[in-house]
Design a protein around this ligand. Structure first.
Ligand code: PLP
Length: 431
């Protein structure tokens, strides 16, 4: 089929706007009449820096990112960030703790540091106090917490809440905030804003995590699958990260939005020798936020072509929505409502997987229950969908079922076509 004949609901990589792809296709062959394609131009060229800076500025504009935040383009995907967040936030915790100990010891600038005493006190602090807090609300935050355990050991990882506990061992609900068990002064509190596999999305920023005063907790969020689809209170976050391949662009770059008070000169990465003495992991240099920030994301070879695609998507969003992300948010909500309402109209045919309180607007997960034989019903549903040009609807292999990924590039008529098919399929089965 041609691109026009299908609507692809895959979870990522996701559909990209055709106009962006056409522009990018030309840029891949001959960018701006330079005789070279963008994948061939040096990442050290002025042209590359221009593309990086424009994409940063447009992202900041679209999301209203305040000036005291830095935007980084990294590699290694969302999974790379599961590790990067641990390396960087543990380092920052150690550095801040070190500064506190030095102050308590009465050491001021320029004076000799009693190394043994410092290491001893820091080691005690690490052993007794270093905790990383994870809210486990789905497969991706679970994976992130497992990576933290692999890197720093279970004794330093605190699961604040696990949504499977009060939900028959399954993801699908966000535990009541009153039940969360946060650590005192954790290196970070980590959560995944939208769980792509399980269709669970935080309805809003958690009240419990709201900063009070300047010295709020360090909040880190994975927004890989819902960034650019709703307004976020950026000020409440220390770090927001997301892979590009769902709502931003093509696979190959990962974006980090980080508060500048977590970068030099406010806080430096402790010396590797110190981390080694404390038995803490030393992250690869390419995952160091400090290094990437210092080099305006061009520490090593970055795929400028992927940054360019992201930049084109942002340009297209900015020109479509004069009110920026609010405009996209209204459409995202309308599309999700259209699909959920179609499912809800036939409770004997469909069962929506997550609880209503935490339903994702981006990944709509449901089972086809009509007739009792769920497997057969879902096979039929998928087959019929494909013949209607609706593809990529199979659920994640770990959970099965149907998943409609309703990212920004799905237009309202695409969501309406799926809703119509959901209705027609249920009616046919009932007849
Ligand atoms: N986080 C979320 C919410 C995701 O949906 C995914 C992938 O789908 C990841 C992280 C992992 O991303 P990557 O495959 O880029 O490592």
């Amino acid at each position: 089929p041609s691109r026009e004949e299908i609507t692809y609901f895959g979870a990522g990589p996701a559909l990209l706007p055709t106009n962006v792809l056409n522009t990018a296709a030309q840029a891949l062959v001959n960018y701006d009449n330079t005789g070279l394609g963008l994948a061939e131009h040096s990442h050290r060229s002025e042209l590359a820096t221009g593309i990086v800076n424009t994409a940063k500025a447009d992202l900041a504009k679209y999301l209203d990112v305040p000036d005291d935040y830095e935007i980084l383009f990294m590699q290694g995907g969302g999974s790379g960030e599961f590790s990067a967040t641990v390396y960087n936030m543990v380092s920052i915790w150690v550095e801040r703790r070190k500064q506190r100990i030095l102050k308590e010891l009465g050491i001021e600038g320029g004076k000799e540091i009693p190394e043994d005493e410092l290491v001893m006190q820091l080691q005690k602090a690490v052993d007794e106090e270093l905790r990383i807090d994870y809210l486990v609300t789905g497969s991706w935050s679970l994976k992130a917490s497992q990576e933290a355990t692999r890197l720093v050991g279970a004794e330093h990882v605190n699961v604040v809440a696990d949504s499977r506990k009060a939900n028959d061992g399954k993801f699908g609900k966000i535990p009541e905030e009153s039940t969360w068990k946060l650590s005192k002064n954790p290196a970070m509190v980590y959560y995944c804003d939208n769980e792509t596999v399980d269709g669970v999305e935080f309805p809003e920023f958690p009240k419990t995590l709201e900063p009070n005063g300047d010295d709020g907790p360090i909040i880190v969020a994975d927004m890989s699958s819902n960034i650019l689809s709703r307004r976020i209170p950026v000020k409440n976050f220390s770090v927001i990260f997301f892979g590009a391949q769902k709502n931003l662009g093509s696979t190959g770059i990962t974006v980090v939005i980080i508060r500048k008070n977590l970068l030099p000169p406010a806080v430096a990465t402790p010396a590797p020798t110190l981390l080694r003495k404390l038995g803490l992991p030393i992250g690869p240099i390419v995952l160091s936020y400090e290094t990437i920030a210092k080099n305006n994301s061009l520490y090593n070879t970055l795929s400028i072509f992927d940054v360019y695609i992201a930049g084109q998507v942002l340009k297209s969003l900015l020109s479509t929505f004069p009110d920026k992300v609010d405009g996209q948010q209204a459409i995202a909500e309308k599309k999700a409502k259209t699909i959920y309402e179609a499912l809800e109209a036939y409770p004997e045919s469909y069962k929506i997987v997550p609880d209503k309180s935490a339903r994702s607007r981006m990944n709509i997960c449901f089972r086809v229950t009509h007739g009792g034989d769920v497997d057969a019903a879902e096979k039929n549903f998928l087959k019929g969908a494909v013949s209607n040009g609706l593809t990529g609807l199979k659920g994640h292999r770990s959970v099965g079922g149907i998943r409609a990924s309703n990212y920004n590039s799905i237009q309202l008529p695409g969501a309406e076509a799926l809703a119509k098919y959901i209705t027609v399929f249920a009616k046919e089965k009932a007849a």
